[in-house]
Write a protein that binds this ligand. Structure first.
Ligand code: HEM
Length: 406
């Protein structure tokens, strides 16, 4: 299936289908495939989704992320391109326009805000674990990883559990439609999310909240040269933010559970030394980076490893692969405590994830609570994986032994 791009001109014509992003994953794959791609075809082309390039090496992904004047997001920021609604800052904008929106969003996601939210987020983790602890088994992805980040994100967005439940419902429909390659389904779910957003903004216009913690109020209050941000861009930003915080944590948490279920020694080590959990979160984020479809478009002809990519051709950054690049990470498939190279799970450059502190707190709290509440847990059935553009499990059946007194 993978052919080296030995003749770059041939490869750039798109006549070779080197890479099919829709091959179903298993618990171990697509890492085996990405390993082969890094070795034989690090810059590969796919005819799927109208044709795109896939970068699998760390240095190439790093270059695209950091050369933001050449590799822009305003044409498309994800593969497949979903283009029936308006532009949604910040992901769909390039600097300097992009910067205006990050200036509003960044303080809402500050470390101080994250630290203040941690105790309440911890109560959500306990609530979401309880049903599985009670019955001694459950589906970690469905019962915990799909709910805990949603509750926590409702808190971040300062919205009610009911509104967040509506968001989650539409998100599930949207995800199913992406997997089924169903443009009508994607469109109707996306438009429904716009309706929820418009309602929320209208509500905040009538009842402004504390703008240091309420994203909708902060966006409405922002001024550039004394002028408010354009109304449709305020709607677009909030619509963007409504989803970003629940997609990745769900898949990452599922992957964390699978890894720990398969590594009892690490489970026990972290139970005994919970102060090591933040370091474990970093290494697990590297191993199980959930994104592989974030994209850029080159605004001029470029070359990667001798392979020409033409202006306007879409390029996917396969974080899932880049973070296991053997040229940067020795024994890349192993969990190691002594890594010095930094992973790219949160991206880099102008679009680097502003929610990283929030995400790290959530992941740490989830592991702390799961490990403290159990003596052990293990897999209790087959793991079911999601498909492109995310990476991670949809279903992780586990059995758990409850810790004394929990
Ligand atoms: C494990 C969890 C998460 C991971 C791995 C992750 C990863 C990423 C990555 C790789 C990007 C950059 C995409 C690109 O360069 O095209 C990004 C952007 C973004 N993330 Fe996250 N994210 C996570 C959780 C969150 C959370 C919890 C929030 C909100 C609280 C959030 C908010 C955002 C926003 C708003 C952007 C767009 C930034 C921009 O375009 O300037 N993310 N994230």
């Amino acid at each position: 299936m993978i052919e080296p791009t030995a003749d770059p001109n041939k490869a750039s014509s798109g006549s070779q289908v080197d890479f099919d992003p829709l091959v179903p994953d298993t618990e171990r794959d697509p890492h085996a495939l990405y390993r082969e791609m890094r070795k034989h075809c690090p810059v590969s082309h796919s005819d799927r989704f109208g044709g795109f390039w896939a970068l699998t090496k760390f240095d190439d992904v790093y270059r695209v992320l950091t050369e933001s004047a050449t590799f822009i997001t305003s044409v498309q920021n994800i593969i497949p391109k979903i283009a029936f609604t308006g532009r949604r800052p910040p992901l769909h904008l390039d600097p300097p326009e992009h910067t205006l929106y990050r200036r509003v969003l960044n303080p809402l996601m500050s470390q101080a805000r994250v630290t203040a939210a941690e105790p309440v987020v911890r109560t959500y983790a306990k609530t979401c674990l309880e049903p599985m602890l009670e019955s001694g088994r459950g589906d970690f992805s469905i019962q915990f990883a799909s709910n805990f980040p949603v509750m926590s994100f409702a808190n971040f967005l300062n919205i009610s559990a009911e509104t967040m439940a509506q968001v989650q419902e539409e998100f599930i429909s949207f995800n199913v439609a992406i997997k089924d390659n169903d443009p009508d389904g994607m469109k109707s779910a996306s438009l429904a999310l716009y309706d929820i957003t418009r309602e929320l903004i209208a509500n905040r216009e009538r009842n402004p909240q504390d703008e240091s913690i309420d994203p909708a109020t902060a966006l409405l209050a922002a001024r550039v040269n004394g002028q408010p941000l354009p109304r449709e861009m305020v709607v677009g930003t909030l619509r963007q933010v409504l989803l970003v915080g629940i997609v990745a944590p769900r898949f990452v948490l599922g992957s964390f559970a699978v890894h720990l279920a398969n590594d009892i020694q690490l489970q026990d080590e972290l139970r005994q030394r919970p102060e090591r959990i933040p370091a474990a979160v970093e290494e697990l984020l590297r191993l199980y980076s959930p994104y592989r479809g974030f994209a850029r478009t080159a605004n001029r002809d470029v070359e990667f490893r001798g392979c020409p990519i033409k202006k306007d051709e879409p390029i996917a950054m396969i974080f899932t692969s880049a973070n296991r690049d053997e040229d940067v990470f020795e024994a890349p498939d192993e969990f190691r405590w002594d890594r010095t190279a930094r992973h790219l799970a949160f991206g880099l450059g102008p679009h680097q994830c502003p929610g990283a502190a929030w995400a790290r707190m959530e992941l740490k709290v989830a592991l702390e609570e799961l490990l403290a509440a159990t003596l052990s847990f293990s897999l209790d059935g087959p793991v079911d994986m999601t498909r492109w553009p995310e990476f991670g499990p949809e279903s992780v059946p586990i059995s758990l032994v409850r810790a004394n007194g929990r």
